[in-house]
Ligand binder design. Structure first.
Ligand code: KE4
Length: 423
């Protein structure tokens, strides 16, 4: 059966043929590739076509695919069963690695997705502060829980509708949005809703409008304002956690959030999310406190082993130095290739985005003005040459530890050829 034949069958019993919308290639067109296996820096589809992977499963695969130490640890763990529904030892080891990595964290609760972690973080913030409203960034994405689908980023932005059917007016009323990198707008919003705001949740380095870099001092001003106004600061580090540094973006920028949302890398490719933060807030979570939250597969033994093993590997000396060197090489190469073109490259370490735009991209409005059609042509031009980028103009390019300089050199040559083809 060909890729397209199987995809047609999938569409009959799985909405859109996918289990997550952005995989459906809707914004770039064409038929998604059905991947059968992945190893190192490569993925292979069911027709045997191989692709160098710049998607990294949307972030988790910082070591590349099928890392031998991770696979060995998982194979050993499978022999001890896959789920107990009871406390296990590895959830302690992963929790310990996380709280030791980030000084802002006293405690952590594991869940099975970034969405669950983000929605738990605002429930906690509302319980702790006794206030109802939350602020999110226009174009920020924190998963698909109702309160966040009011000016979606990521998949929402890609699919182009401003919010989702099924989100109630009540939810919309309690969620306020503000542009990224805009302190006056934040101050105005807080003035307007004085003493009603429980939390401000934001990606410290947005990845869901494409990568946008916080302007100088923005994050520390956000921290200062939220502290003064007794608004909890929640950093959504589902992408940036353990990606931009072992200490996350909060470590890189010296920010002390009240809560942090984690996911992706901490699961090593298995389903894991986590909410972490100050003891006085976290202990409000059931059963130590009254804020209910639960999950059948939270802290799943296999996911804990995968996450623990990945964190051990990336905590080794020079891991980020080497990874970021490759990131600098690749994104630097992109800048050189595109210097005379209407293209902007935003990047930090091993994550970045290539915007087809003649203006700098510093927020969602800038990002959404970029040429998504041109991006779609670029995406397919690269796919045909065996390079798999995000099937959306509003996502990240990820470099993994499996990418070598030779691989990236080849990819840069392919970019140069593709840009000539689509000019
Ligand atoms: P999940 O529920 O998809 O595990 O995590 C939601 C989430 C929360 N916060 C941030 C900053 C995120 O980026 C995400 C999920 N990211 C998207 C793409 N950037 C996942 C891809 C998808 O939706 O299939």
């Amino acid at each position: 059966m060909t890729n397209n034949e199987l995809f047609e069958l999938k569409k009959k019993i799985i909405p859109g043929g996918v289990n997550s919308p952005v995989r459906a290639f809707l914004s770039v067109g064409g038929t998604p590739r059905i991947i059968r296996k992945a190893d190192g820096a490569y993925m292979e589809d069911i027709e045997g076509n191989s692709y160098m992977d710049f998607l990294s499963s949307w972030g988790p695969m910082i070591l590349g695919h099928n890392h031998p130490e991770v696979s060995r640890a998982l194979q050993e763990a499978i022999g001890r069963g896959t789920s107990y529904g009871a406390p296990n030892e590895d959830e302690y080891h992963l929790a310990k690695a996380i709280v030791d990595a980030l000084p802002s964290m006293d405690m952590v609760r594991m869940v099975s997705s970034g969405t669950e972690a983000a929605m738990t973080s605002i429930r906690l913030a509302r319980a702790f502060t006794g206030k109802n409203k939350i602020i999110k960034i226009h174009g920020g994405y924190h998963g698909h829980a109702d309160p966040f689908l009011v000016a979606g980023g990521s998949g929402m932005a890609t699919l182009g509708y401003p919010n989702s059917p099924g989100v109630t007016e009540g939810t919309v009323a309690d969620t306020l949005t503000v542009p990224f990198n805009d302190i006056p707008a934040l101050e105005e919003l807080i003035r307007h809703h004085k003493n009603q705001i429980a939390a401000f949740i934001l990606e410290p380095i947005p990845g869901n409008m494409g990568v946008v870099i916080p302007s100088n001092g923005y994050l520390s001003q956000v921290r200062e304002i939220t502290r003064q106004e007794e608004i909890l600061l929640i950093l959504d580090e589902v992408i940036t956690g353990f990606r931009v540094a072992y200490e996350g973006a909060q470590g890189l920028f010296g920010i002390d959030p009240d809560l942090t949302v984690l996911g992706k890398i901490i699961g090593g490719g298995l389903p894991v999310g986590a909410v972490a933060g100050k003891r006085e807030i976290m202990e409000m979570l059931s059963p130590s406190g009254k804020v209910y939250q639960a999950g059948t597969l939270s802290g799943n033994p296999l996911a804990m082993v995968a996450g623990k093993t990945v964190l051990e590997i990336i905590s080794r000396p020079d891991f980020y130095k080497n990874l970021n060197q490759m990131g600098d090489y690749f994104f630097g190469g992109l800048r050189t290739i595109t210097k005379d073109l209407p293209v902007r490259i935003n990047s930090i370490g091993s994550m970045g985005t290539m915007f087809f735009s003649s203006r700098d991209v510093q927020n969602y409005e800038d990002a959404s003005a970029s040429d998504a059609k041109k991006y779609a042509a670029f995406f397919h031009g690269m796919l045909r040459k065996g390079y798999y980028f995000a099937p959306s103009a509003y996502e990240c390019i990820f470099i993994s530890a499996a990418h070598t300089k030779e691989m990236l050199e080849g990819a840069l040559n392919a970019v140069e050829d593709t840009l000539k083809e689509i000019r």
